[in-house]
Structure formats: C-alpha cells, structure tokens
Design a protein around this ligand. Structure first.
Ligand SMILES: Cc1cc2nc3c(=O)[nH]c(=O)nc-3n(C[C@H](O)[C@H](O)[C@H](O)COP(=O)(O)OP(=O)(O)OC[C@H]3O[C@@H](n4cnc5c(N)ncnc54)[C@H](O)[C@@H]3O)c2cc1C
Length: 233
C-alpha cells in the first residue's frame, strides 16, 4: 500500500512523528506494527515500526514515532523525506497486543525511547476496559530532551487516578519531584513487588529487554505474565 506523509513533527532531538495517510481505512489492534519498505541506493530496505496512534480504531491515518540512527540504512532516508512524499507500507501486524486476562489485572508497561509508541493505544485500551485495576507506565530515557509524549502522559495521569506515570532518567537530572532517576528496572521491580499478580508489557531495544527478561524471571514471574516487543530481535 502507498501512504502519503501528511505531517512530520519533531518529538525530541532525534525522534520524529510521521503521520501517514493511507489510501483506505485499516483496522489494527493496539500494540501492532507496520513495515515500511523503500529502495535506498539500489537496495530494498524493510523496517518495522510500532503504530503510535493514541487510540486503536479503524482509520486511514497512522502515526509512527521514529528515532534516527545516523549510521543506519532506513532512518537517515526517512529523516530526509518531506511532507507530501509517499512511502510503501504494509498492513498492521504482530502479536504484541493486550492479553484478554490483562483486563482484570494490574498492568505494567515498561519502555525506553521509541518503545513507548505501542503503549499509547495499549494504555488507552486498558483505560477503556471497565475494571479498576491500576495501570503503570514506566518510561526510561537518558535526558529530559529525549522524553516522548511527556505532556500527554502527565495529563492522562492527572485525569485518570488509576494510571500512574513513572518517568525515569538514566543520565540527566530529573526535573521536579515527579521524575525519577536511574534505569527502568529498579522502578518496575518496586511496583511489581507491591502486587500479588500482574501483567508486564516491555518494549524497546535489546539491552533493556534482555535485562528485563532476566529480572522478571528472577522476581518469580512466569512466561504467562510478561510480554515483549524487542526492536532488534
Ligand atoms: C516490531 C518492531 C517495531 C519497531 N518499532 C519501532 C518504532 O516504533 N520506532 C523506531 O524508531 N524503531 C522501531 N523499530 C526498529 C526499526 O525497525 C529499525 O530497526 C530502526 O529504525 C533502525 O533502522 P535503520 O535501518 O536506520 O538502522 P539499521 O541499519 O537497521 O541499524 C543497525 C543496528 O543499529 C542498532 N540501532 C538502530 N537504531 C537504534 C536505536 N534507536 N537504539 C539502539 N540501537 C539502535 C540496531 O542494533 C540495528 O540492528 C522496531 C523494530 C521492530 C522489530
């Protein structure tokens, strides 16, 4: 399918949000991704991107939130394209979606960087479920300037008492009392230890995912309690 780029905006110094207009409406489940395909210097390159729409619905507009890897193949190309240009895109796909029984359990979403993308619609869906269980977003970044959709998460936490936003910086100094310091691991560990049963969704690059898998196992969680979307695996 050919999608037209209807807007591009900077979310941080190295992340852009691309809004794509599809020729026809598609349905997707919160958490799914699409594949972008482009011919770059004679080579066909395909890369996956989580759908970052705020809500999962039948739509002909998809938002992708993409980090620049200056030595990569696809992202330097994407950071040069302009509004109005077209990209080849697949249908939504992937199995990193909310499990039915998460709807009756405290749910913890853990991410670093653009790993937050699928959580926008997943958290909206959990909030729309009719239960009263808490929902946590543990989002890790290096510096304040790297935080994605921060104002949206703050306002969601203000209007939904069962949503808790835990925002941690591994390198920069926290801004105000609501921000934490350190890696995501110590923060979700504390949350999980306060609940008897819990579901954990983790999204990001290999280093963070590998450590999270190890820690969750060591905390005694079973494979039916945690779910991963690893960006380079
Ligand atoms: C299911 C899925 C969903 C994804 N969703 C997103 C998304 O929503 N947003 C997004 O930006 N990326 C996402 N990715 C990663 C994306 O597919 C590309 O791998 C990424 O954009 C780099 O592409 P590239 O061609 O520029 O770099 P490549 O040429 O593929 O880069 C080579 C290597 O650099 C490393 N690398 C690249 N970028 C980073 C980074 N930001 N941090 C750490 N290591 C990195 C990786 O190890 C990679 O294998 C997703 C991957 C998968 C599998």
């Amino acid at each position: 399918m050919i999608a037209r780029i209807s807007s591009i905006r900077s979310l941080s110094t190295r992340v852009k949000a691309f809004e794509l207009q599809l020729p026809e409406a598609v349905s997707f489940e919160a958490g799914q991704f699409v594949i972008l395909k482009a011919e770059i210097r004679g080579e066909v390159i395909e890369r996956s991107y989580s759908i970052a729409n705020a809500v999962a619905a039948t739509t002909n507009t998809l938002e992708l939130c993409i980090a620049l890897n200056p030595s990569g193949k696809m992202t330097p190309f994407l950071f040069e394209v302009e509004q109005g240009e077209v990209l080849e895109i697949s249908l939504p796909q992937g199995g990193f979606v909310l499990r039915q029984d998460s709807r009756t359990l405290p749910t913890v979403f853990v991410c670093t960087g653009t790993g937050v993308a699928p959580f926008r619609s997943m958290i909206a869906q959990r909030l729309a479920d009719g239960d009263t269980e808490p929902i946590y977003l543990v989002m890790g970044n290096r510096f304040v300037d790297d935080m994605l959709y921060h104002a949206d998460w703050m306002s969601l936490a203000e209007t939904n008492p069962r949503f808790q936003y835990v925002n941690t910086l591994s390198k920069g100094a926290p801004m105000g009392n609501s921000m934490k310091q350190g890696y995501v691991h110590e923060h979700y560990a504390e949350i999980i230890s306060n609940h008897r049963d819990v579901h954990v969704y983790v999204c990001g690059w290999e280093v963070m995912c590998k450590e999270a898998r190890q820690r969750l196992k060591e905390m005694g969680l079973t494979r039916r309690q945690y779910f991963f979307e690893q960006y380079d695996g």
